[in-house]
Design a protein around this ligand. Sequence first.
Ligand code: SAH
Length: 344
Amino acid sequence: MEILQDYSLDELTQKILALNEQKFRAKQIYDNINLGKSISSFSNISKDLKAKLLAEYEDIPLKIHTEQHSHDGTIKFAYELSDKNIIEGVLMQYKYGNTLCVSTQVGCRMGCKFCASTLHGLTRNLTAGEILAQVLVVNALLGGKTGKHRKITNIVLMGMGEPLDNYDNVVKFIRLVSAPESLNISPRNISVSTCGLVPNIYRLAEESLPIILTISLHAPNDTLRKTIMPIANRYSIDEIIKATKYYFEKTGRRVVFEYALIDGVNNTRECAIELAKLVRGFPTHINLIPLNEVKERALKTVSHKQAEQFKAMLEQQGASVTIRRTMADDIDGACGQLRNHIVE
Ligand code: SAH
């Protein structure tokens, strides 16, 4: 069955007119879904129209299945989709606002050696509305409404899945969630994280969407990168850097590089020097993430001191660097971990 969340207000209006209903009903329905409501709980829609809608559309695209609360205020969600598949999300509550990490696929086919999301491969892509529904449900949970009354202020596409492997739905999602009468979240507050699907980085540069492009680099040369990220066999780091420079030229947005620190693998002095050289010459920022250890994987994380040392080496080389605050280390924080606990 289809879901109403997949449609813009214009598209929904066409659907509602096709059901022989008046145009203003479309706006009422659109407002209801942006408040995170299921069709059966719409209060200003007649029983008849609800029945018509339920004959064609899912009542709601997903429900919260499990919540894990961390001592630092972070909440990890598992959502159940209407086909019973499970996906994940993480809410991070900061002083300046609330960031929601969303999933773009059920599973992932990229095969990164340190990541739990890819352990069982790709099950399917999420539709734009299924990505949007994650935001709408958590926004509603926090008491948020639409427009400036929203509670979710920032979105990162860093949950399960490779966003640029589900390109059309991801771009549509960004347009839906940034629509003025939906949550009106500016693309400037949305980060799209990719392991580096080069042709789609060029496509994204042409979309006129000023999102923050984040590249999961994790290694400063192709030889090492190939040992932890199979995608490195398809696209070289040189090609990725060229594409990100193009992205910067087109959008004016500084590109962020993610680098998960894996002890004894990618945290040597040589790695720091090589990495700093790669990101030099255009506005970039490096985000260091001490590896979140995944029980199915043998890779080890670094200590706080080792992360600081690596950061200092990069800074000596002139790079702009932060160490990502390790949040939620008492819950299944890493990509795919919570789902694996539920599915297994
Ligand atoms: N597929 C996308 C987005 C999903 S993951 C991508 O590759 O960017 C979001 C980030 O978390 C990526 O940088 C990913 O490489 C990283 N990541 C995955 N598993 C991790 C782990 N166990 N520890 C630390 N970072 C991890």
